[in-house]
Design a protein around this ligand. Structure first.
Ligand SMILES: Nc1ncnc2c1ncn2[C@@H]1O[C@H](COP(=O)(O)OP(=O)(O)OP(=O)(O)O)[C@@H](O)[C@H]1O
Ligand SMILES: O=c1ccn([C@@H]2O[C@H](COP(=O)(O)O)[C@@H](O)[C@H]2O)c(=O)[nH]1
Length: 240
């Protein structure tokens, strides 16, 4: 591993569900403290960090629709759930002495900034953590797609998908214990095999814009810093 970070600007996608930790719902304070400490290491190394956070720990439109709710209303509730998570991350990050800004794709100006690309980039250049909230702002999308979109928009060097599994497997490892992990694969392979770790819209956007992707285990201490410092053995690398 080199002494200098391998990436200047990263887009980190955090699963909403991962924020629950050992709880069944909501946000676990120990997870937030862990996350803030991991982010501080990377920011202190001079890396610009933007985040997109999911909302699965609170609401998902699909689940609400299955329970009988109008899908668009459900998706709007899901997007608002991501805003709650984003505010919690902003707070956790500020507690460890970093600066942070939440930018929402849905206007809620009393609470946070609107998403303005040039402004987001300026925050990043100043060393602030930028948390993109409310996904793409549109129903029928996911925060994976929002992460891919923002990664491309801000010219991130890599998109990192922090999740509860340590990479991409031949099948969902939670359902199939015989599944094996890939060290690397192409977007077309992931799309052809319909590997469920990230939605297909997000994969296609990353592929078409040559955005590199790494899927890794959010709970592994030091994994984020390891990836940023060039350790290619952590998680699964996806490229064109
Ligand atoms: N082939 C596969 N390899 C690895 N993980 C897979 C695969 N297929 C499905 N999964 C599942 O995908 C999940 C990874 O996505 P993640 O936990 O980030 O969910 P998400 O829906 O993006 O999160 P959220 O909605 O909470 O933001 C893992 O929990 C894993 O069980
Ligand atoms: O662009 C978007 C992003 C998200 N949603 C809704 O929010 C929830 C939570 O996001 P996850 O990616 O599932 O964590 C999602 O289920 C959608 O309902 C959206 O509508 N548009």
């Amino acid at each position: 591993m080199a002494n200098q970070p391998a990436y200047k600007r990263i887009l980190l996608k955090l699963s909403g569900e991962a924020l629950m930790g050992r709880e069944d719902f909501g946000i676990a304070p120990d997870v937030m403290r862990f996350l803030a400490a991991e982010l501080k290491e990377v920011i202190d190394a001079g890396v610009q960090v933007a985040l997109v956070v999911g909302g699965g720990n609170i609401f998902r439109g699909e689940g609400l629709a299955k329970a009988g709710m109008d899908r668009v209303t459900g998706d709007q509730m899901g997007m608002l759930a991501t805003c709650i998570n984003a505010l919690a991350i902003q707070d956790a990050v500020e507690r460890v002495g970093l600066e942070a800004r939440v930018q929402s794709a849905i206007r809620i100006n009393e609470v946070c900034e609107d998403y303005i690309r040039r402004r987001a980039v300026r925050h990043l250049e100043k060393g602030r953590v930028v948390v993109f909230a409310a996904g793409t702002g549109n129903p029928f999308f996911t925060t994976d797609s929002a992460a891919a979109l923002r990664a491309v928009e801000i010219n991130a060097d890599v998109m990192l998908k922090a999740t509860k599994v340590d990479g991409i497997y031949t099948a969902d490892p939670k359902k199939d214990p015989t599944a094996t992990r890939y060290d690397e694969l192409t977007y077309d392979e992931a799309l052809d095999k319909r590997l469920g770790v990230m939605d297909q819209t997000a994969m296609v956007l990353c592929r078409d814009h040559k955005m590199k992707l790494r899927v890794y285990d959010m709970d592994r201490p030091g994994a984020l810093m390891g990836i940023v410092m060039g350790d290619e053995t952590i998680g699964t690398r996806v490229h064109r």
